[in-house]
Design a protein around this ligand. Sequence first.
Ligand code: GLP
Length: 242
Amino acid sequence: MRIIKAKDYEDMSKKAANIIASQVIMKPGAVLGLATGSTPIGTYKQLIKKYNNGDLDFSQVTTVNLDEYKGLAKDHDQSYYYFMHQNLFDHINIKPERTFLPDGTQADSDNACADYDRIIAEVGGVDLQLLGIGHNGHIGFNEPGSVFEKDTHCVDLTEKTIQANKRFFASADDVPKQAYTMGIRTIMMARKILLVASGEEKAEIIKEAFFGPVTPAVQASILQLRKHVILVADEAALSQVK
Ligand code: GLP
């Protein structure tokens, strides 16, 4: 595991984007695992900038996203499909048919998840998986206590996650109660993993996840077992790490 300390959010975003850019430059047909949440938005902005400057070409890149709310239409402004188009895909030269997310509109969870695992296998697995981290240590939507050996599956969101995500919806009642997410096994299969974290409110969980015991209670703690994990975090997020 490598920890790269950034000064602030902007610096974290630049450093993370540089890592993703180098992956695409080294392998133009790379498969990128992507994440949503507020943290990676700055990273996506930096990638768009590099594309606009003519420094990055996404024409051969494939993307697979970590998760999607179950039951939201693709054009719902809180679906992760919508998020990815707004924050990245619509601004770069990626082929829309090379961008994949779990299909939240599929009511049959088993089919939706099996389809998604098939897609990940067909594209050859993930070269670089970008992750954020939830306040309870979740990655994707793998909530505390979930067993590590899961592929893509349907989860019931915890109250903490619903509360954390309600800021994006009219009210907590409007937050979907379930989501489809890559499981920890799916995430751990990625050849490299990049986790981004910013701000004081992530300091405690960053300490627990990367320096505490490896336990399903803190899903991100499993990343300690991987060599090719890079944590890019700003000073505030690392403030509890000695
Ligand atoms: C959501 C996403 C996660 C993300 C987390 C943290 O629950 N499913 O992938 O890491 O939020 O979001 P933020 O970066 O806004 O703190």
